[in-house]
Design a protein around this ligand. Structure first.
Ligand SMILES: [Zn+2]
Length: 452
């Protein structure tokens, strides 16, 4: 160890970190929180009664642990899913009196068709360039399908988030681009690995037209038929955008004994999409941040700096919660020593994605050693803020950590009806809680704040 490492991590602190790790590996607190959030409360989209129940539940649970809890108000969009169905009514060499069902779901922010739907020709494009070439004349009045294929090989090789980023831009920006060219509706191929004909929802920039995601299987079907001739679809999507709702970020402080003004923020997001119950995205993240506080209380370890647990609202449908926090707290960002978020599932943690100075990573080597026995010791430099809700803090210079999970199967379930409690392996969730709690307490207790 270097002199600085020894000064920051004396033997007693390293023993405490090892005790925290061991306590987490034998603790089912986080799992019980995920089970309550997903099974007793259920899906938690922004503005919903369940999101409100989740805020109250997490606030109470953290109060019971002895933390000082504030609910900080956030205005959130309130979008609710309606009817959703589609069928191909015309296609090459169709059998008499037959149709083909298309499995789809509305994207967050989608406009609505009339109650009895619309019928229009389908055009299939592989990228924005192709759509641009078709121009207004080729697109107006049609249903556009963006058929960008999620790169499963990248995901299998450990680059799932790269594959996601490549495909997801069609989900977020495609509908608006199609609307600008006069499209009647926009569809995207579902983003992800799921191969049980599951559609994948998610945020899409509101474009004023109906916008949905068809399953990968149905995208293939339409793409194949479209190469043979004309394809027409009857499409019904009737979501509604209601008035913005009042919701909250849950902010809970375990006050520091020496430097209560310095904050180490541990977080996940409380809202979820509505198709599943938001277990891996992101009840797990909230629960492991909660467990860090629970372990410190149980082991009677008082952090030197304030450990702040945050359950963010509205990560999924625009990020209103983190925007409100930035607005209310940006003057305190110089005193935010570090920000951590877990929002990449609950599979085995490999360590952390980090956005900070190399010298900060270097100083943390002794913490890596504590996490090595569970394989959660990677400190991987990232070019981007490693978490949507901590992005503004990261951009303001706060050292940022995102728990880096094994993401190979994350996009099998993410944003689909299959994001449910059974996808969480209790032993892996305990490893995640260990990684978050060890790093959180280390950052609270080391002698110096991380260099920035
Ligand atoms: Zn998420």
């Amino acid at each position: 160890m270097t002199q600085a490492q020894r000064e920051n991590f004396p033997p007693q602190l390293l023993d405490q970190l090892a005790a925290i790790r061991n306590a987490a590996l034998a603790d089912d607190y986080a799992y019980r929180q995920v089970a309550h959030l997903t099974e007793n409360i259920g899906p938690r989209p922004s503005g919903s009664a369940q999101a409100k129940a989740a805020v109250d539940y997490v606030a109470n649970a953290l109060r019971e642990l002895g933390l000082e809890v504030q609910l900080e108000e956030v205005k959130v969009p309130h979008w609710v899913r309606g009817a959703e169905s589609a069928e191909l009514t015309e296609y090459p060499q169709q059998a008499p009196d037959s149709k083909q069902k298309i499995v789809l779901t509305a994207l967050g922010g989608s406009g609505s068709t009339p109650g009895d739907g619309i019928t229009a020709d389908v055009i299939v494009v592989n990228d924005f360039e192709q759509l641009k070439e078709l121009g207004h004349a080729g697109v107006a009045g049609k249903i556009v399908l963006f058929n960008e294929i999620f790169d499963q090989q990248k995901a299998a090789a450990g680059l799932a988030f790269l594959a996601y980023g490549e495909a997801v831009r069609y989900r977020s920006a495609g509908p608006r681009f199609a609307a600008e060219l006069g499209a009647a509706a926009a569809l995207v191929r579902s983003v992800g690995n799921a191969d049980y004909r599951l559609p994948h929802t998610g945020f899409s920039v509101p474009a004023g037209i109906p916008a949905g995601a068809v399953t990968a299987e149905d995208a293939d079907l339409m793409a194949h038929l479209a190469t043979q001739g004309k394809v027409r679809m009857h499409l019904t999507l009737t979501p509604q955008k209601l008035a913005d709702a009042t919701s909250y970020n849950v902010i809970a402080d375990l006050k520091g004994s020496e430097r209560p003004d310095q904050i180490v923020l541990l977080s996940g997001h409380l809202d979820s999409w509505d198709l599943g119950t938001g277990a891996i995205d992101d009840a797990a993240g909230v629960a492991i941040a909660m467990e860090a506080a629970e372990i410190l209380e149980r082991l009677r370890l008082r952090p030197k700096r304030t450990l702040r647990v945050v359950a963010w609202m509205d990560e999924e449908n625009g990020g209103a919660g983190s925007q409100a926090y930035s607005k209310d707290h940006s003057l305190e960002f110089p005193r935010h020593i570090a920000a951590l978020e877990s929002d990449s599932g609950a599979a085995h943690p490999l360590g952390f994605d980090t956005k900070m100075l190399d010298s900060a990573i270097e100083l943390l080597r002794p913490v890596q050693a504590v996490l090595q026995s569970i394989g959660a010791n990677a400190l991987q430099p990232s070019n981007y803020p490693p978490g949507a809700d901590i992005a503004a803090m990261s951009e303001a210079g706060v050292p940022a950590f995102g728990v880096l999970q094994d993401g190979r199967t994350y996009f099998n379930y993410h944003h689909t009806a299959a994001d449910t409690l059974d996808k969480i392996v209790p032993a892996e969730l305990r490893e995640n809680a260990a990684a978050m709690a060890v790093m959180g307490f280390a950052l609270c207790s080391m002698k110096d704040p991380l260099p920035r």
